[in-house]
Design a protein around this ligand. Structure first.
Ligand code: KIV
Ligand code: ZN
Length: 506
């Protein structure tokens, strides 16, 4: 990574801080898929997980470290030997690796959480950085809850960490308490009062409890910070982390003011955001900056008129800059495999032959039902393909539903398992409930629906319905996604997608 003074390092923590928040847990395969996309997005650092926190986290960090090329792969470790050793083990296969070690430094953390003292915490920090440095060159030290830390102690611990070999020092606003001007001033004061600060990159990690994570991070950059920790769609503990897409586009759009650059390929932003939604099943609000459905929609007459005459009247950046294409009619039922593959490649998807064949089958089925196939429809097909566990235990064949006023909703579902067709029926509160119950009876896997979202891809009565849901099965949460012109079929596929993730792991 170039050490250019105007270059801001983008440290992505979607797979660590993001993944550890409720409802965002991902399987190893899903983490790997997202990490590959983060590499295409060209983030500088991927924080792949916290290896000592669980065997699953260890395995996913190790897998990402062995497979994903390009970004530095980082692992998180508390300032204790066993965490650092485990982090080093997990990161071994990576060509570029970083150990990120942290300790709480505020009164609240030292007194109430660790029941320790300033001098003991400083010693632990130095010991941790020294141990990490014995393994890797690239070591990051975080003073957790830095914003509420006694300032003199913060300067001392940062200086000691840099002396011990930390190459990046991170200033987290762990509880999302700071105000932008105050946080910017704090970074300037750190620059002035930590004697060896120039030997390290100053990083910030802002939480969004007061909705200020992005503003605080930008204020820090203006004051000299050169790494921002952030997450796709702003996911993370509680109200989340600073949103990667907002930071990158603010820096790109207001380069005149910010005077810095990132290395991020902004045209991959929309795709990365959608991939995360598709993996986790958690939708984003329509008016979310940059990646919300309405972020580039001009609804009022005055705005539409202005944009048609000259885009810049009401548009400060183009949808193309984040990789959104126009809602183009692309393919129809006579389109062949070659045209299908070519359009997918233009949209940025390169599928393996098996996945391409199965996606093409789905495209043909859809093209029979729907005259016009848009880019959004193609993206949904590919998302379904990516989200489907390899060799799913159960395959969806059909669903037949009877419902209406004064009828008990009843569904009959057919699935395939090992070549055998399995059929059963269920009744429920509504057609979706009845369908899910029929699937439960066939698969013998019971779950509790904890969220259900349906949206239309494109417009028109024949538009595809895209369902994303989350199901709790035996204390674990599984996301499922399915799409079809028939919304009950889309729901059945989404439910089965989640069930299959459980069934594969059984
Ligand atoms: O919010 C925080 O302080 C963290 C640290 C581990 C960097 O996530
Ligand atoms: Zn955090």
């Amino acid at each position: 990574m170039p050490r250019n003074k105007n270059r801001v390092v983008i440290f992505d923590t979607t797979l660590r801080d993001g993944e550890q928040s409720p409802g965002f847990s991902m399987s190893i395969e899903e983490k790997l898929t997202l990490a590959r996309q983060l590499a295409k997005l060209k983030v500088d650092v991927i924080e792949a997980g916290f290896p000592r926190s669980s065997p699953g986290d260890f395995e996913s960090v190790r897998k990402i470290a062995s497979v994903v090329k390009g970004p530095i792969i980082a692992g998180l470790a508390r300032a204790i030997d066993a965490d650092i050793d485990s982090c080093n083990e997990a990161l071994k296969p990576a060509k570029k690796k970083r150990i990120h070690t942290f300790i709480g430094t505020s009164e609240q953390h030292i007194k109430f959480q660790m029941r320790s003292t300033h001098s003991k915490v400083l010693k632990m920090a130095v010991k941790a950085v020294t141990r990490a440095k014995g393994y890797v060159k690239d070591v990051e030290f975080s003073a957790m809850d830095a914003v509420r830390t006694d300032r003199k102690f913060l300067y001392d611990i940062l200086e000691a960490a840099i002396d011990a070999g930390a190459t990046t020092v991170n200033i987290p606003d762990t509880v999302g308490y700071a105000i932008p001007s105050e946080f910017g001033a704090m970074i300037s004061e750190i620059m002035q009062n930590v004697p060896n600060i120039k030997k390290a990159v100053v990083s910030v990690h802002c939480h969004n409890d007061l909705g200020l994570a992005v503003s605080n991070s930008l204020a820090a950059v203006l004051a000299g910070a050169r790494q921002i920790e952030c997450a796709v769609n702003g996911i993370g503990e509680r109200a989340g982390n600073a949103a990667l897409e907002e930071l990158v586009m603010a820096i790109q759009t207001r380069k005149d003011y910010m005077n810095v650059d990132t290395g991020v390929e902004s045209k991959e932003i929309a795709k990365t955001s959608k991939l995360l939604v598709s993996i986790t099943g958690v939708q984003i609000q329509p008016n979310k900056a940059i990646v919300g459905e309405n972020a580039f929609a001009h609804e009022s007459g005055i705005h539409q008129d202005g944009v048609l005459k000259e885009r810049t009247t009401f548009e400060i950046m183009t949808p193309h800059s984040i990789g959104l294409s126009d809602n183009k009619l692309v393919l129809g039922k006579h389109s062949g495999r070659h045209a299908f593959r070519k359009r997918l490649e233009e949209l940025g998807f390169t599928l393996k032959t098996d996945d391409l064949n199965s996606a093409f089958e789905k495209f043909k089925i859809l093209a029979d039902k729907k005259k016009e196939i848009f880019d959004e429809d193609l993206t949904a097909i590919v998302d379904e393909e990516i989200g489907e566990p390899k060799n799913p235990v159960f395959e969806f064949l059909s669903a037949q539903v009877s419902s209406g006023s004064n009828t008990i909703p009843t569904a009959t579902v057919q699935l395939k398992r090992d070549g055998e067709t399995l059929t059963d029926s269920g009744i429920g509160d509504g057609p979706v409930d009845a369908t899910c119950r029929a699937i439960e009876r066939i698969t013998s896997i019971q779950g509790r629906m904890i969220s259900y979202n349906i949206r239309s891809l494109g417009v028109g009565k024949d538009a595809v319905g895209d369902v994303s849901l989350r199901v709790k099965i035996d204390e674990q949460i599984f996301a499922g996604r399915g799409s079809s012109t028939d919304v009950i079929e889309a729901s059945a596929k989404a439910w089965l997608n989640a069930i299959n993730k459980k069934a594969v792991g059984k």
